[in-house]
Design a protein around this ligand. Structure first.
Ligand code: HPA
Length: 282
């Protein structure tokens, strides 16, 4: 019996294939959340690789959510930057472990990126974060009950006990705010609570999250950020508020409504991304 490939070997296989198909490595990367994948069409000379082609890459079992990695050149603010975009991601609620959920972020980090931007759709808990708000994530609460680094640690990738003090890099955060100001898109700040899902929260859970210091709630992001910090890659994050969290309005929460609002807010988010990504590269 052969031993399963190590995490390092899986990463090496995926990065080798990406570099073979796309040429020059990306300088920065972004993970595009629900309804936010359209930004990929802004890349020039783009090469798209279905996740299913990448060895070891988790592929969503949900129909229509398979996902792909798009690598290309972004021309914005008079600058050129090589960018990798994950269009779609897998979530823990599909049955993937936290380590598997984080694999895509690890692949991006292994390509040698200088910064990672994570985006997501989230429920707004803070009263002033209504649907359509764009929010710079300043910190997170990992309430999923899992950690992406559980299991043996590969010291070559990062330390056993990585510091999460500056998980959302203040320098990249300042660049994000400058980018948003440049394109005239309001950008708020907030703390993101990552929960397991897939059911939305009860009103009592939202009151609890508020007391714990959360401004936003969602079902992604925290494992990817933990893995990126393990690699020592600086992270910035943006949530698109798609709905008031449970109990804050009488509305019934549905995935369709979340996706509809995310798509509507996508234009603002895309202009922020286009202004931010060139700044995030040295
Ligand atoms: N809760 C959890 N995840 C979400 C929400 C929410 O209200 N909206 C979008 N993703």
């Amino acid at each position: 019996m052969t031993a399963p490939p190590t995490l390092s070997a899986r990463l090496a296989a995926a990065t080798a294939l990406i570099l073979e198909r796309t040429g020059a490595p990306p300088q920065v990367a972004a993970i595009l959340g629900s309804g936010l994948g359209g930004f990929a069409s802004r890349l020039e000379d783009a090469v798209a690789i279905p996740y299913a082609d990448l060895p070891g890459f988790p592929v969503s079992r949900v129909e229509g959510h398979a996902g792909r990695l798009v690598v290309g050149t972004l021309r914005a603010s008079g600058r050129l930057v090589r960018v990798a975009l994950m269009q779609g991601r897998v979530h823990g609620y599909e049955g993937w472990s936290a380590g598997e959920v984080a694999f895509g972020a690890r692949v991006l980090c292994s390509l040698g990126i200088e910064g990672l931007l994570v985006t997501n759709a989230a429920g707004g808990i803070a009263p002033d974060l209504g649907p359509g708000s764009l929010v710079r994530i300043t910190d997170h609460l990992n309430l999923t009950g899992q950690n992406a680094l559980t299991g043996a640690n590969d010291q070559a990738l990062g330390p056993r006990f990585p510091d999460m003090g500056g998980a959302y890099d203040p320098g990249l955060g300042a660049l994000l705010e400058a980018a948003a100001a440049e394109v005239g898109v309001p950008l708020r700040r907030g703390v993101y609570a990552g929960v397991a899902g897939p059911s939305y929260e009860t009103p009592a859970e939202i009151r609890m999250l508020r007391m714990l210091g959360a401004d936003l709630v969602g079902m992604s992001t925290v494992h990817e950020v933990t893995a990126a910090r393990h690699h020592g890659v600086p992270v910035a994050g943006i949530s698109v508020v798609t709905n008031a969290a449970a109990g804050l309005t009488r509305a019934t929460l549905t995935h369709e409504e979340v996706q509809k609002v995310a798509s509507r807010a996508a234009a603002g988010l895309e202009s922020v991304l286009a202004a931010f990504l060139p700044r995030a590269a040295r």
